[in-house]
Write a protein that binds this ligand. Structure first.
Ligand code: PLP
Length: 474
């Protein structure tokens, strides 16, 4: 009678099949077909090395040496190495525009436009009416004008790039006057004073942290002044005894002195969000109407589009920005423009925007829908985490995020996962396990609780979310 493989004595290095034999083994053939010889050989070599080490240590079981077992181990290693590092996650942080999770999600219209631009030649820089060379900016400039009331527009890689281009073009070796209350730092190391330095502009701070008056700007104006600048304090608020100068007042001062007034609006909403019962955020149109000469803002924050920095304003100034060689270095690709145009197009029908624009749809989700989801998902998550944790449905307040409406909170629903006293439970471990799921679940730990805010889990994703728990209880 044959001894079962597992019960045999440890194998020797000499029992390990050769690389050549394995490469010709039927069990390895599908791996070769899928991953190619180079990857399979490299992975196989590493695996055989491991087996040799085990043989030397006297711990190599015969069972590990069959072609099928080796093929299975190899398949797992190759599959793991081939998983994309950039992968979908479930954003249950409660922050809709989460910079670390990629900010705005694109609507279907934009996704279709991007796929088309990726897979077919496009008129990126070809004027179809004249047949001559075109300008990629012109694909969206008109639409941006229509939506903001600005004369002209240009597009760069992100808002930080937009501010850099603006300062470098208009204020190199000259002075820019900014209120001390607006010297912002945005997460991911955008600090206004640093950008100024990079652009060669000299920052002239005026006023105090909480109060800046028109006279402060007036007194700072001199022969080297290039710009009067306002920066939207998009991730903090100063309350109490405060005073700031409005864009209209600053614009009037700029006109008196023949100075350009530039505004970094940060999130830059194209429409007044109070129409959807969201907190007030200044719109680009209002800012232009108030007299700003140039306004910069992000396309992937409240606007709900792809990552880009948009600059709108006076045609002569936009023309200067476009001529700067830096613009060439900061330009956006066709995929960004494809997505941006499709998203901007949606703004032409504001009455459907809360349905069609993903960001706005998430920001305006009906509380009842989230509450019902919490009721449905509570037992599923409870079952998955076991009795060491207690899962309950809770009311939460979500954030818009990404430097938009820092103090505005949206009433929301979710789940609270808390360790049960006396059980071996660890929120950090649970959180780590969830991050290791095929589609990682990203929640938020605070107050000894792991919070799962359901605002960003729309119904189509809910099924996938629930299925993952059922398939692989953590
Ligand atoms: C977000 C933000 C920026 C940076 O924009 P990015 O698009 O992330 O480069 C700059 N200024 C303000 C006021 C912002 O809110």
């Amino acid at each position: 009678m044959e001894t079962p493989l597992a019960d045999r004595p440890p194998a020797n290095a000499a029992d390990i099949p050769s690389l050549d034999r394995l490469l010709n083994a039927p069990a390895i053939a599908p791996l070769l077909a899928r991953y190619g010889r180079t990857q399979v050989i490299a992975t196989l070599r590493a695996h055989l090395d491991e087996l040799r080490q085990a043989a030397l240590a006297g711990t190599l079981q015969q069972a590990r040496l069959t072609e099928e077992v080796i093929a299975t181990a190899l398949a797992a290693t190759l599959a793991d190495a081939s998983r994309l590092r950039l992968r979908p996650v479930f954003n249950l942080t409660g922050t809709v525009l989460h910079t670390n999770l990629g900010r705005a999600l694109l609507p279907d219209e934009a996704v279709r436009a991007v796929v088309q631009a990726m897979t077919a030649p496009v008129n990126l820089e070809l004027d179809l009416s004249s047949g001559k060379r075109g300008d990629r900016d012109s694909l969206v400039a008109e639409l941006l004008g229509e939506l903001t009331g600005a004369e002209a527009a240009t597009v760069v890689n992100n808002n930080a790039a937009a501010v850099l281009l603006m300062l470098k073009t208009l204020a190199d070796r000259r002075e820019v006057v900014v209120s001390r209350g607006e010297l912002i730092e945005i997460g991911g190391s955008f600090r206004l004073p640093d950008i100024m330095r990079q652009a060669g502009a000299k920052l002239v701070e005026v006023g105090t942290t909480n109060r800046t008056h028109l006279a402060d700007y007036t007194q700072a104006i001199g022969g080297r002044t290039a710009l009067l600048m306002k920066v939207h304090t998009s991730n903090y608020v100063i309350t109490g005894f405060t005073q700031s100068v409005s864009i209209a007042e600053l614009a009037a001062l700029g006109r008196t002195h023949g100075l350009t007034v530039a505004v970094d609006l940060g999130s830059g909403s194209l429409l007044d969000l109070t129409g959807w019962h969201l907190p007030k955020e200044p719109t680009v149109r209002e800012t232009i109407a108030a007299g700003a000469d140039l306004v910069s803002f992000s396309a992937d924050k409240l606007l709900g589009g792809p990552q880009a920095g948009l600059l709108v304003g006076r045609a002569d100034l936009i023309a200067k920005l476009r001529k700067n060689p830096l613009k060439r270095a900061l330009r956006v690709d066709k995929l960004t423009l494809a997505a941006l145009e499709a998203v901007l197009m949606l703004y032409r029908a504001p009455e459907f925007l809360a349905e069609r624009l993903t960001t706005l749809r998430l920001l305006t989700r009906a509380p009842g829908a989230m509450q019902a989801q919490a009721v449905r998902l509570c037992p599923i998550v409870q079952q998955a985490v076991g009795d060491a944790y207690e899962v309950t449905g809770v009311t939460l307040s979500s954030q818009i995020g990404s430097g938009a409406l820092p103090v505005g909170r949206l009433p929301s629903y979710g789940l609270a996962v808390r360790p049960v006293k006396g059980k071996r439970a660890s929120l950090d471990r649970l959180d780590a396990t969830w991050r290791a799921l095929p589609r990682p679940v990203i929640g938020r730990i605070a107050e000894k609780t792991l919070w799962l805010d359901l605002r960003c889990l729309e119904e189509p994703d809910e099924a996938a979310f629930a299925a993952q728990w059922r398939e692989r209880p953590p």
